[in-house]
Design a protein around this ligand. Sequence first.
Ligand SMILES: [Zn+2]
Length: 753
Amino acid sequence: MAYVSNPKGPAPTPKATGSTKKGKTTSPGVVAIKGTLGFIGRIIATVFLVCVITGCIVATVMSIYVLQLVNTNDVIDLRNFKQNYTSIIYAENPETGETYELQRLIGGENRIWVGIDKIPKYMQQAVIAIEDKRFDNKLGPAHSGVDWRRTLYATVNYFVSFSARTQGGSTLTQQLIKNITGEDEVSIPRKVQEIFRAINVEKVYSKDDILEAYLNTIALGNNTNGVQAAANLYFNKDVQDLTLMECCALASITQNPSRYNPFAHPENNKERREYVLLEMLNQGRITQQEYDNALKEPITFKKEEAMQKKGSKWNWFVENLIDEIVSDLMTKKGMTKQQAEAKLFSGGLRIYTTMNPMIQKILDEKYTSDETFKAVTNKEPPQSAMAIIDPHGKILGIAGQRGEKVSDRGFNYATMAKRQPGSSIKPIATYSQAIELGIINYSSPIEDSPMKEVKNGEEVMSTWPKNHYAGYKENMTVVRAIQNSTNTVAVKVLDMLTPRRAFDFLKNKLGITTLIEARKKEDGTVLTDVGLAQLGLGSLTEGVTVLEMTGAYQIFANGGTYTKPYSYTQVLDAATGEVILENKGDSNRVISDETAYIMNRLLYQVVNGATEGTGLAAKVKGAEVVGKTGTSDDNYNQWFIGCTPKYVAALWIGYDRNKEVTYSSSYPPVNAWKQVMQEVVKLDKDPGTFPVSDGVVQEAYCVETGELASPYCPTTAIGYYNKNNLPNICTKHLNGGTSTTDPFATTSSNFWE
Ligand SMILES: [Zn+2]
């Protein structure tokens, strides 16, 4: 093996103080410095290598970690997010038949989905220009989900902060993913996940799909998402009607919704939207002419209109509508209450209501006026509620409390309060069933006397029930007992009918849900509503609601069918068009048309009797009224439930605690009912007529005996009878009996109950 020696001589002996790799000889001082540098260099090199190796290891570990965390095949389903939107309530204008928007139910956020074809090109171009100019092909090839140039720029800037102007590296696609996943945590795994998702979304969806989803999800300030809801809010317009500059104004907001909020900072928004406009010009998305014209265009934000909408409270009809839909979603769709409310408030539903806006307006006005309750003489004003439906169950208007409505989801006395119905229960629980079963007819004579009881093995007269008038009047016809609301007759008829039958009828056929079959108390006693006092006189365990009583009385206005009161016809899913809930107004026949007609005529006498009737003051001009009063013990609860051919309306007055409602001449619920319904019937040119029945005949009856009149009967009146259940002809006066004085004349001034 050859050894090649240094041609310049032997290599110098290494010195302890220093050395040179090149083998040059140097002065001792320089050698010392260079030696030191060499040492530092080696350390630096070592550290550098360690760093590189560590970096590689860390990067590898991180990559594995990140790849484990992210699902690289994750595709976001854009269609699902169409459903997460504001619900809209519609009502029909009864004069024109047109459906119009009544109100919006805004849960968390206000947003209305709108298709890309309804979004102006200016709007689309404005967001692309300012947020992601390589989203489309305008400036060269479009990115496919991720703009790597901007991502690199943003990443470097994130660590080095060379530019104060933080231009996020996110494309519209990435922002969309952030918007719909709600994931906005600043972390590398999340960012990587977002990048994979963006690339996947671009593989599956078209640019138009992505842009549509983006424009419907961007946050645009004031709790509003998407360009349609924002156009409604800021300009009181639909997005398709926005001008170029208005589109720029919306596109400006998204980068910083509070800073560029048009209501809070209009000057910031102006500066930004002019910049957006300039970018559009610079990128060739608009012409110089369009730019110049837009700059001259004045912009007006509709702050006042927006504030008015925001401040409007749901009326009592809408309150009940909300409860009804939530309840139906639970029972018909198996949702929990929470799910049902989420669906209602952010399910993008379209709700078609039965509300008559004019009737609701009358109720709102009458219930904020003390004049309506002027018949009450108490210093402290009592509470009241009223419901008005059409004769086939459609709820037209509701008053849930007196006075200005101050809060949403408040206590609705028309639907939530259970109150004692007093005598207003008699027609539905007792008389209609007794006529249906042929137990009584229009003029059957029933003795006005207390019930008998058994004492010491002997049947004796008890002292119950008492009447609202003093004493008892002995013989009474059914029509007269109803006119005067005689308690004894109602209890005796119910006794013949049996409380069981009355209870089942109310519960199973007339939609009264508040009755108690049996409830054991702590002391062992059992409460039940199956009883003479409960169903004969309306002394129930819990009571009834105004709305359910209104529903029950429809059978007297429509010929005998029952439809559960409802406040919407359809609830649609706006995204899919699917009908989620529907009310077709299906009805059940619960009494024959003969019975319904006879009952209608009996209740007619309460309001239209020649000399007596507890509801005489309920008559309104222009429409026939039939109805019944009700008063619970000590005047704690007062009712009038009346029907015209087109409406059924129940009105209740009472206090939150047991307190007497006092009055002098006019019975308060009748007085208030008349004031409301007088306005309601004015809405119709044709008041309509009640249905009649071919199976019912009008016959003269003997007022004294209640039997069909003979030519000798001294006092007669016209009664209404089922052809198959006619009374006998009066025999008492056949032998030329003389006229007698009327034994039933009412003398009491307080004959309301
Ligand atoms: Zn007679």
